[in-house]
Design a protein around this ligand. Structure first.
Ligand code: AKG
Ligand code: FE2
Length: 300
């Protein structure tokens, strides 16, 4: 069996230095930022998450995910309208900075989109998820950094409790993980105290670790950011509670797909219900600016 080794050099550890995290993402495909959330944010998000999971369990709405090996963990999708703390997390300045760093400039400087915002809570006995890339559906076609990922730790993430496992440097392999038994990927646990965030290039091989603790849970809030011409996991304007979105900033609504502008064209929603239409953002950049940008090669 071929063993794919971890990258050269010291591996990333949790740091408060954002430039170090960016350098780690470039070299190893991931970095861990300490103190990405304040202790108050962590406490609030963790308690909202527990409350929401309990509510959905009672209602029989907790779904198993095909991506997990068993149903001992708890996944909760679409966090954005469950509480302001998650709605506002969508436009967290650190996440915006890291998304911009990983994805690079967007066409006509149009704002990025949120792909999804969900939670994954491992519980004692939860099996590991298995190694995958979050762009395994893209990589057969394009090998590019098209997906920026942030996982906020709402509990301490360590190996025992099922911290996300990562295969350092695997974002540069250029192909899907080989799963025919001929290869073993050496993974390490991305560890950090509650309030830290794991930032990674979506091509990185990784997966939830197994929770081998007796009595500890591990909650992660997972966000993805994509270019505005890609497709988010859901059409959020029709999935989110308009009442909660009334309090969202314009930036937040753009990230959630309320913009009707794409590649410079504005196509207003003719049939949207009034309360959703009221949330629409339709600022295109000035025509002259866009003309200049697409004709730069002619004037150079
Ligand atoms: O929760 C984790 O540690 C990672 C989950 C994950 O990789 C995924 O949902 O794609
Ligand atoms: Fe993943």
């Amino acid at each position: 069996m071929q063993i794919i080794p971890v990258s050269e050099g010291p591996l990333p550890t949790a740091t408060t230095d954002r430039e170090q995290v960016k350098a780690d993402v470039t070299k190893h495909g991931y970095g861990i930022l300490k103190d990405a959330l304040s202790p108050e944010q962590v406490r609030l998000m963790r308690s909202v998450l527990s409350r929401e999971i309990e509510k959905e369990e009672k209602a029989g709405n907790i779904k198993e995910s095909y991506t997990d090996r068993d149903a001992t963990n708890r996944r909760l999708a679409i966090l954005m309208d469950r509480h302001e703390c998650f709605r506002d997390l969508v436009e967290d300045p650190m996440a915006m900075e890291m998304a911009q760093f990983i994805l690079g400039p967007s066409y006509l400087n149009e704002p990025f989109l949120l792909h999804a915002l969900s939670a994954n809570v491992t519980r004692p006995g939860s099996r590991d998820m298995g190694i995958h890339g979050d762009t395994d559906y893209i990589l057969p076609h394009y090998d590019a950094p098209l997906f920026a990922r942030v996982i906020w730790f709402l509990d301490d993430f360590d190996e025992e409790v099922g911290a996300t496992r990562v295969v350092p440097g695997s974002h540069r392999l250029g192909h899907l993980p080989i799963k025919d038994g001929s290869v073993r990927y050496e993974s390490v646990a991305a560890e950090g105290p509650a309030g830290s965030a794991l930032i990674y290039d979506g091509r990185l091989y990784h997966g939830t670790g197994a929770n081998r603790s007796k009595d500890r849970e591990r909650a992660g809030v997972i966000a993805g950011y994509i270019h505005p011409w890609m497709r988010p996991m859901g059409f959020f304007p029709l999935l989110l509670d308009p009442e909660m979105m009334k309090g969202a900033s314009e930036r937040c609504r753009q990230l959630l797909g309320y913009s009707t502008v794409n590649i410079g064209f504005d196509q207003p929603w003719k049939y949207a219900p009034a309360e959703i239409d009221a949330l629409r953002v339709s600022h295109a950049r000035p025509l002259e600016e866009m003309r200049h940008q697409v004709r730069q090669d002619e004037t150079a």
